[in-house]
Design a protein around this ligand. Structure first.
Ligand code: GLP
Length: 240
């Protein structure tokens, strides 16, 4: 309910009310929201206030607007903990989702200078360049380009990268993966990203670059990923 005597702004109370209904499952992904007019009449508040609340919920990814049709409840975002060094396959399996990959390209190329430097190999040494769309329950989540030295990890095939790369490295080759650094930044989808991720060009995305090392410190991979910002959020626990 909306309490007009509360010091909390009315729009904020409405935001919390709608969020609560989504979290309790009273409003489900794909459900259409009552109109601004209906909310305004139901709570005896102005349409401007309703619009402010709805805009906030759209911006934070709880709702999405479809021009000329209405406002709908969005799919819940996947919350990814930034704690352990996990693979996409493990991340999705731990949520009970089915991971899959769509291979866009797979080739051995001569390493570009910036990649050679990060992998600590000679310029023009052979590297695998693997481009995959990563999906969860059949929905595209990220577009990922991986560079791995072909002299370090042998025998990668199209079949390997259609499944888990980390699984192949650790279980088939018995090579121990150590640690990684990861940098996150915001961006908007390019034409190519929008096509593979099935989102509109210019939609928000999260760019992640991971540089992973083996347990013996040898650089293993340089991975550039574009995650859908409407499906993903990242969470980190800070201790003091
Ligand atoms: C995540 C990381 C990548 C890593 C991949 C391995 O997506 N961002 O850096 O290469 O996991 O995933 P998988 O073992 O499922 O191929």
């Amino acid at each position: 309910m909306i309490d007009k005597t509360s010091p909390l702004p009315i729009y904020y109370q409405l935001v919390e009310l709608i969020k609560g209904m989504i979290e309790k499952g009273e409003l489900k992904a794909g459900d259409s929201l009552p109109s601004e007019r209906e909310y305004a009449e139901r709570f005896k508040i102005s349409r401007m206030t309703v619009r402010q609340a709805i805009t906030e919920l759209v911006n934070s990814g709880y709702l999405f607007r479809q021009k000329g049709v209405g406002t709908f409840v969005a799919e819940k975002k996947i919350e990814q903990q930034l704690l352990g060094l996990t693979s996409f396959t493990e991340d999705m399996q731990s949520r009970g989702m089915v991971p899959s990959s769509k291979l866009i390209s797979f080739e051995i190329v001569s390493s570009p200078a910036s990649i050679s430097e990060q992998l600590n190999i000679q310029e023009h040494a052979p590297v695998y360049e693997i481009k995959r769309v990563r999906l969860a329950d059949g929905i595209p989540m990220a577009l990922e380009t991986t560079f791995i030295s072909a002299n370090l990890v042998k025998g990668i095939t199209e079949d390997t990268v259609s499944q888990s790369l980390y699984d192949y490295i650790e279980k088939q080759l018995s090579i121990k993966i150590g640690e990684a650094t990861q940098v996150l930044e915001s961006s908007v989808a390019t034409q190519q990203e929008s096509q593979f991720l099935k989102i509109k060009k210019g939609s928000p995305i999260l760019l992640i670059q991971r540089n992973t090392k083996l347990a013996d410190e040898t650089p293993l991979e340089v991975v550039k990923s574009s995650y859908r910002a409407d499906r993903y959020k990242f969470m980190i626990t800070l201790k003091r």
